[in-house]
Design a protein around this ligand. Sequence first.
Ligand code: ATP
Ligand code: MG
Length: 376
Amino acid sequence: SSQNISQPIVVPKEFFVAALQGKQRFDTTTVTFSPDKELLLRVLTMPVVENKTVAYIIQVARSLDTVQSALDNFKAILFVLLPLVVFITGIISAFLAKITLNPVDRIIKTVQKTTAENLKLRIPVPTTKDEVQRLAATFNDMLERLEKAFSSQRHFIQDASHELKTPLTILQGELEVTLKKIRSVDEYESVLNSSLEEIKRISKIVEDLLLLARFEDRETALDRREFDINRLLQSAIDELAVLAQHKKITVAFSADHTITINGDEQRLKQVFLNILDNAIKYTPSGGTISLSVSVTSRRVEISIADTGIGIPHTDLPHIFDRFYRIDKSRNSSGFGLGLSIAKTIIEAHQGSISADSVINHGTTFTISLPVTAPSH
Ligand code: ATP
Ligand code: MG
């Protein structure tokens, strides 16, 4: 036995049983050296075989003191240090979260301050190149779109009230002057007739505005059905034939076969009436208006060309705007709503409308419509 062990260690007998059978074994056991000294030992008992019999048994033991104290240390770390680390990490994360979410706070403040009146407000975009930056940029884009939509609505209301004010002022003036003294029956009749004219103008504007407002929600306002587009064009031409004859304008159109499309027949007729009405209005007498229809498997294209006064290059992009009229002296009767109504109706059908013009030579409107209704 080792020299540092003053007295022999007594280990349980069964340790040797396996060794005598030629097997080695490991054990953990507590050994009492003296009444106040107990040691936890890890013991290896191993036979040494000579001539097929067990000649010696070697027993090696090692104190588990260091392992035990390491385990005790580990326990202390686990129960004291770990909660401390969790606590400190918590505080640091809360602090970091606050810094990172600061921009979100600013977004919230800006959004809270945003109303229809101050859509000009923008969120400061952080330069962090992360989701918060994208969120701020997206918010700003949305604000810009809303601002545009609101301002176009505001202009529309301003224009509409302005257009309504003129005939109303005329009406009021005429009636006031007439009422100043007793008039003859003829005078009354003439005033009533001109009042009626103004009222018709006002009704027409209100009707057009209502139509445009109704089409704000697009698709829903359409009453779709299958119909022959050639027949529709012919009936629009027939309706305006008197006007054209009056100005000695030839309308050239040959509809020899049926082209069925799916759409709102009444509304589309209104589109063609508007365009033909313009063509007649803005073409000097003796001119020609020619219509042609071409069709592919999916779309039908209608072009309406006149030999009229044309539209200046600079005005061409605006003719579909509400209340847009080129040089009011060209014609006094319109409001500038005809083409914007046409465009609204065509777009509700998922179609497109465009114009091409050469000044003093003529204008061509091209309308393209899908043949079948879109499936949702
Ligand atoms: P409304 O149609 O409301 O009675 P309008 O005819 O003046 O009024 P739009 O039909 O919207 O208004 O047309 C806008 C403007 O485009 C017209 O004022 C006119 O100057 C010009 N325009 C439209 N069609 C033609 C055309 N075929 N030839 C020349 N100018 C045209
Ligand atoms: Mg018009």
